[in-house]
Design a protein around this ligand. Structure first.
Ligand code: PLP
Length: 421
C-alpha cells in the first residue's frame, strides 16, 4: 500500500465524494453476508450424487460397513486422500466430519495424556502455542478454551517468520506447538516454502514433545491450473530425526459437503498409535457409510483432482470479481492492499492502520456483514487494526459484486477521514 499523494484539497474532495457514496449505499438497504468461508449451494450441488447411494455397504474386503468397528476409517478413502495430504495410507486415519474436532481432541488428549516423547501431560505446564498472524480464528478459540497462552509471529510470503519461531522454541519448554495452515493459508493465501517447512521440521526445540499442527485444510483447493506444492512435512520431520513432531489434519469439508464430509488425521506410527489409544475409548468406529459414499463418488486421487477443477471453475470468477472491483475502486488510492491468492477460501484486505474496525462497522451499518475485524488474531486483537478477511465463496456473483463495491466505499470513507485527521 503506497501512501496517497493527494493534496489537502483533493483529499477533502475525495472524502466528500465518499460521504455521498456512503449515504447512497446505506439508502440501498442491502443485506449481504461475507462473513464465513462456506461453500456455496452450487458447490455443494456438485457432490449431490453422493446422496444416491446404491449397492452393498461393504468395503473392498467385503466387510459390512453398517456395523461397528474400523477405527482407522475406510482404507479405500484413506488411499484416495493419502497423496493429497502427503501421509502414507497406513499412517492416515479417516474419522468424523470435522478436522477442527480432531485438532481440538489432539489438544485435549495432549493435555490429559502424554504425547509420545513428553515428560508429563501438558496440563501440568503453562502451555504456549505459536500463532502465525493473521490466522484462523477457530485455532485460537481452542487455545483460549483450554488456557493455552498464544504468542504471535508474523506471516511472510513464505510462511511464518522462521527466525522468530526458532527463537521462541529454542529456550522455553512450555512452548509446545505451532498452528500451521501450510497451503493457501486462512486468510492470507500463503503457501509455505520448502525452506520454511524444512526449518520447522529440523529446528531444535526446548520441548521434547513439541508438535506442529499441520492443518492442511486447503490441500487441493487450487484456483489455477498450476497447483501450489508444499513439502512433505512428515518425511521432513523423520529425516531431521524428529519423527513425531507433526500432526497432519485435513478434511473434505470444502470438497464435498461442509457439514457431512470426512476428516483425516495423519502422523508418525507412534503418534497414530497414541491417537488410537485415546479414540478407542470414545468411539467404536467412525461413520464408514459416509466414508464409502465419498470413496465411491471421488473414485481415486485423479477423481479428486477432477472434482476440485470443477469446484475451482465455480469459485474462480468470484475471486476475480473481488480483485477487479477492489482494483477499480481502490487501486492507486493508497488506502488498501489485498491478496490475490492462487487457492483457498479467502482474500485478505489491508486498510490503513487503525481503520479495520471502523470499516467493518460502517459496512455493517450499510447492511454488509464482514468477519469481525481482529478475528484473524488471537483474542480478537489486531494490534494494528488493519486486516479485514473477505470470504467470497458463499454468495453468488451479483451479491459479491454489490458487497465489495460497498466495502470499497467504506474503505474510502474511513481512510480519507483518517488522513484528514
Ligand atoms: N482449518 C482451516 C484453516 C479452516 O479455514 C477451516 C474452515 O474454515 C477448518 C480447518 C475447518 O475444517 P473442518 O470443516 O474440517 O472442521
Amino acid at each position: 500500500m503506497s501512501a496517497p499523494t493527494w493534496t489537502t484539497q483533493e483529499l477533502t474532495a475525495e472524502h466528500e465524494k465518499a460521504r455521498k457514496d456512503y449515504a447512497d449505499l446505506v439508502a440501498r438497504g442491502l443485506k449481504l453476508d461475507l462473513t464465513r468461508g462456506k461453500p456455496s449451494a452450487r458447490q455443494l450441488d456438485l457432490s449431490n450424487p453422493m446422496l444416491d447411494f446404491d449397492g452393498a455397504a461393504v468395503d473392498a474386503k467385503g466387510t459390512d460397513l453398517r456395523n461397528y468397528g474400523g477405527l482407522h476409517g475406510l482404507p479405500e478413502l484413506r488411499a484416495i486422500f493419502s497423496e493429497a495430504l502427503q501421509v502414507p495410507v497406513e499412517q492416515l486415519l479417516a474419522a468424523g466430519n470435522s478436522s477442527l474436532e480432531l485438532m481440538h481432541d489432539a489438544i485435549v488428549f495432549a493435555l490429559l495424556g502424554k504425547v509420545p516423547g513428553a515428560e508429563r501431560r501438558w496440563v501440568e505446564d503453562e502451555v504456549t502455542f505459536i500463532c502465525p498472524v493473521p490466522g484462523y480464528d477457530r485455532h485460537y478459540g481452542i487455545c483460549e478454551r483450554y488456557g493455552i497462552k498464544m504468542v504471535t509471529v508474523a506471516m511472510t510470503p513464505t510462511g511464518p517468520d522462521m527466525d522468530a519461531v526458532e527463537r521462541l522454541v529454542a529456550d522455553d519448554p512450555r512452548v509446545k506447538g505451532i498452528w500451521c495452515v501450510p497451503k493457501h493459508s486462512n486468510p492470507d493465501g500463503v503457501t509455505y516454502s520448502d525452506e520454511t517447512a524444512r526449518r520447522l521440521a529440523a529446528m531444535p526445540t526446548a520441548a521434547p514433545d513439541f508438535r506442529i499442527f499441520w492443518d492442511n485444510a486447503y490441500a487441493v483447493h487450487d484456483l489455477t491450473d498450476e497447483p501450489a506444492e508444499i513439502a512433505d512435512m512428515l518425511a521432513l520431520c523423520a529425516e531431521a530425526g524428529n519423527p513425531d513432531r507433526a500432526f497432519v489434519f485435513g478434511s473434505s469439508s470444502k470438497i464435498t459437503f461442509a457439514g457431512a464430509g470426512v476428516a483425516f488425521f495423519g502422523s508418525s506410527a507412534a503418534n497414530v498409535e497414541w491417537w488410537l489409544s485415546h479414540t478407542v475409548k470414545r468411539s467404536i468406529g467412525p461413520d464408514k457409510i459416509n466414508q464409502l459414499r465419498h470413496a465411491r463418488f471421488l473414485r481415486d486421487a485423479g477423481g479428486l483432482r477432477e472434482h476440485m477443477r470443477q469446484l475451482a471453475a465455480l469459485i474462480r470468477p468470484k475471486f476475480e470479481a473481488v480483485d477487479k472491483i477492489l482494483s477499480a475502486e481502490l487501486g492507486g488510492t493508497g488506502l488498501a492492499s489485498w491478496t490475490n491468492p492462487t487457492g483457498g477460501y479467502f482474500i485478505s484486505l489491508q486498510v490503513p492502520e487503525g481503520c479495520a474496525r471502523a470499516v467493518v462497522a460502517k459496512a455493517k451499518e450499510a447492511g454488509i456483514a464482514l468477519t469481525p475485524a481482529g478475528a484473524t488474531f488471537p483474542y480478537g486483537d489486531d494490534p494494528d487494526d488493519r486486516v479485514i478477511r473477505i470470504a467470497p465463496t458463499f454468495p453468488e456473483l451479483p451479491e459479491i459484486e454489490a458487497a465489495i463495491t460497498g466495502l470499497a466505499v467504506c474503505v474510502r470513507l474511513v481512510g480519507t477521514e483518517k488522513l484528514l485527521g
